[in-house]
Design a protein around this ligand. Sequence first.
Ligand SMILES: [Zn+2]
Length: 429
Amino acid sequence: MKLLIKNGRLIDPAAGVDRAMDLLVENGKVKEIARSIKKAPGVQAIDAKEMVVSPGFIDLHVHLREPGQENKESIASGSLAAAHGGFTSVACMANTEPVNDNRSVTEYIIARARQVGLVNIFPVAAVSRGQLGENIVEMADLVEGGAVAFSDDGHCVMKADLIRKALEYAKMLGVPIIEHPEDHSISGEGQVNEGFISYKYGLRGILKAAEEVIVARDLILQERCQSRLHLTHISTAGSVELIRNARRQKTPVSSDATPHHLLLNEELIQTYNTVYKVKPPLRTEADRQELIRGLQDGTIDCIASDHAPHTRDDKDKEFEYAPFGVIGMETSFPVIHDRLVRSRLITIRRLVELFSTNPARALGLQDRGRVKPGLPADLTILNLKKRFKIEEKDFRSKANNCPFLGWEGHGAIEHTIVSGNVVYSRKAR
Ligand SMILES: [Zn+2]
């Protein structure tokens, strides 16, 4: 089993590489990287001329809905969506039914992912039993079972003492805690960002402080024990400033922003379209600009989709009753590439860091997020010049709650390669 990728521009920020390189893959692993590798007879070859070869993309925040809500998404459909979006690895959140708060659920997810056999799926286990925020899970047992991180995502861990203990255990186990920062006593039944738009349209608001008080609290607790904390779906300028200060102290904190918070703002709520109902809510243009500054100066080091599939019926409800969330794995790369790289707000190298190098570090996946002989050949090949149009008919996800439908621009996934297997190739049209 050999695969030769020729004439591509290899960008591997972890190794400081950005140059034309050929890559030989053998038995699922990178075998050789060199300026020119001759194609031996019988070796499958991919011509990556004028394309970027990146370490495989990693989405560290997705909801695959299995077990329990396979009508919204499944490990099979979610894996197809991941491969289509260029993701060779995804970390799936624990708010399934049942909750992934014990080893049998973690092992089920891993076994299903193996049967499907498309992309690497890394389960994130809950912090608290049933995600009820009261009792801590058996963290060591879950890590043994294959959990790579802990998060009550969907909810915030509201008890400071519980998150403190979880951070300390996580440090001993060498895994991160992923926090969904939202003080529920502040956000309550809020629907959208609190401000001019929420007042004008009579929708209940969510203060930015709901997020920022938890970011501040977790940074204080984390600084004490120096355990790895990842703050997910950061949405406010205030949170960016808090994280920026923490990172100046060289404390091991990482964070992500989603494509929808980076590219959309609360003005869209005026359409009353429930596809713009997300948590945290879309914020102001000033917040959005600060998130982009956070990407530029290294404060925010990952992009994650928070892929949250819902059925059409779920999202078709009145604004107040519709669930929060949008899908994202299949659109993250094209929209971010077109709107941030092509407009020169970030470089393509920075995009690779945000989509691969840094998510691998945040999750502690030492053999992912880089391209090196001996490591698994997880690669994403990018065609930066190819035009895209986001259309529902192309989605592999079961869901269609996408806020970027109709968007056009440049940048497409050409191939997604997991352990040397081509799991997605763009069909020439
Ligand atoms: Zn969340």
